[in-house]
Design a protein around this ligand. Structure first.
Ligand SMILES: [Zn+2]
Ligand SMILES: [Zn+2]
Length: 467
């Protein structure tokens, strides 16, 4: 840590009084919080703003939620009070901090003020979706790629959540050609958006590393159609982002103007309906989207689906007014339709029961309903409908298994802390929190209340609780 950073630590921890006395010595005013560098992902992407908030909290060695409560909330008008704060941090609403609306603008501006940085608005989608709907394109909870996390951890890079992973439309990690995870493989829970206790890369619910035990097998099989669609989605998003970064604006108005001009030609509406599989009425609803009662603004996902079927990108439609018409009039147009997002396959009872019984009999490792549904390729509710009793047993077995795993893990952690304290003491070294934390196989273990309890208890046993 250099001198400059050191001063900003002092300023943050001791409040404004010290800042005033420093300015009297002609030292430039420091930012209230660290000007932490946002993580870059690839050439044009960065981490998301909520990922930045989480890392900023830990950089100050406080819980990110506390950082938000103490430093950020007093600076913003606060759209969250309708929600309990914990609910806000845990579910979809806080995701809007990365989005296109007021929350993203207000929070990024406040953070730029507090950190002295000028680039934090780039960690949101604010601005580059123009007058797009604020809701519907972001996920409810963060998704992640375990292999990316494992790589970053190995390269000693900070673990962050890229902005790209926050979009519903992005379902695959393009570097590893694997689906993004949405639930912890250990506790099966979704991740909080602003964390309370855990560091980036660890499950916010059970503190297990999110880079371990990535799901494998059937649930990771991605067919060529889906890969092609995801490649197009990511390339198209990059094209839009690059346009926004270089010009500073991105408006969807020209897109709808091009569509309107195109639809004036005879037969175009039917052709678009044929190509995309959308109803003809849908296009008129889009064109009238400014009318409250007669229009409808499509989601980003739907517009991407439309462009994909027309083999054109949104930016091409925006920038070259006649290109949409020219493209769809080409004969024959290569057929490319987004793979069905809701694939419904027939339930093969025999296959399903084979796996279910194998799990219940202990011939397969215990699976929760989420993993079972992924392995069998059917939604959970479908499995509950067809196999209610078996699903109930699977749920109970998974709960018991998770409870046992947690107890084993806590016991291992307790033992490790105990051994570390005893060893330090035997060497004549005082087992302070910092020394014990540094010697553990993972410093984050000390965030577990059980680890701290053991640390205190063993020190009491050794008669060295206070020093
Ligand atoms: Zn990856
Ligand atoms: Zn978990």
């Amino acid at each position: 840590m250099n001198d400059t950073t050191g001063l900003s630590v002092i300023t943050v921890r001791t409040g404004l009084g010290l800042r005033d006395s420093l300015s009297a010595l002609d030292i430039p005013a420091r930012s209230r919080l660290y000007g932490l560098l946002p993580c870059k992902v690839g050439t044009i992407w960065t981490e998301s703003l909520t990922s930045y908030i989480n890392r900023l909290g830990w950089a100050h060695r406080i819980s990110p939620r506390w950082l938000v409560v103490q430093e950020l909330l007093p600076q913003v008008s606060g759209e969250y009070p309708a929600y309990p704060f914990a609910t806000f941090c845990r579910q979809g609403k806080a995701m809007s901090i990365n989005g296109t609306g007021n929350l993203a603008e207000e929070w990024s501006t406040a953070l730029e003020r507090l950190t002295g940085r000028f680039d934090l608005h780039l960690l949101t989608f604010y601005g580059w979706a123009g007058d797009f709907l604020e809701h519907g394109h972001l996920r409810q909870t963060p998704a992640w790629c375990p292999l990316c996390y494992a790589e970053w951890r190995e390269q000693k890079l900070p673990l962050s959540q890229p902005l790209l992973w926050m979009l519903q439309i992005v379902t695959v990690c393009w570097r590893h050609k694997r689906r993004l995870e949405e639930r912890c493989s250990h506790c099966q829970k979704h991740q909080s958006i602003i964390t309370l206790e855990t560091c980036s890369g660890y499950c916010t619910q059970c503190n297990t590393s999110l880079s371990s035990n990535p799901s494998t097998g059937l649930d990771q099989k991605i067919d060529i159609e889906e890969l092609r669609w995801q490649e197009w989605v990511i390339r198209t998003l990059e094209e839009l982002r690059l346009q926004w970064i270089t010009t500073g604006v991105l408006s969807w108005e020209p897109f709808f103007a091009s569509l309107a001009r195109c639809m004036e030609k005879r037969g175009v509406c039917s052709k678009l309906a044929d190509l995309t599989g959308f109803s003809r009425d849908v296009f008129y609803l889009w064109l009238g989207r400014k009318h409250r009662n007669f229009g409808h603004t499509p989601s980003l996902e739907t517009l991407f689906e439309f462009c994909y079927a027309c083999t054109i990108t949104p930016l091409q439609v925006m920038e070259t007014p006649d290109m949409l018409l020219q493209t769809i009039q080409k004969e024959p147009l290569p057929r490319q339709v987004r793979p069905n997002r809701f694939t419904r396959s027939r339930v093969n009872r025999e296959d399903c029961l084979k796996l279910i019984h194998a799990v219940l009999d202990g011939r397969e490792e215990p699976l929760g309903m989420y993993q079972l549904a992924k392995r069998l390729g059917h939604p959970q509710r479908v499995l509950f409908y067809h196999f209610p009793q078996e699903c109930e047993q699977i749920t109970q077995q998974a709960q018991a298994y998770r409870k046992k795993r947690k107890e084993q893990r806590v016991a291992r952690v307790r033992e490790e802390v105990r051994q570390t304290v005893v060893t330090l003491h035997a060497q004549g070294v005082f087992p302070s929190y910092g020394r014990v934390e540094a010697l553990l196989s993972d410093p984050n273990l000390m965030r577990m209340p059980e680890a701290r309890d053991t640390w205190r208890a063993v020190r009491r046993e050794l008669g060295i609780a206070q020093q």
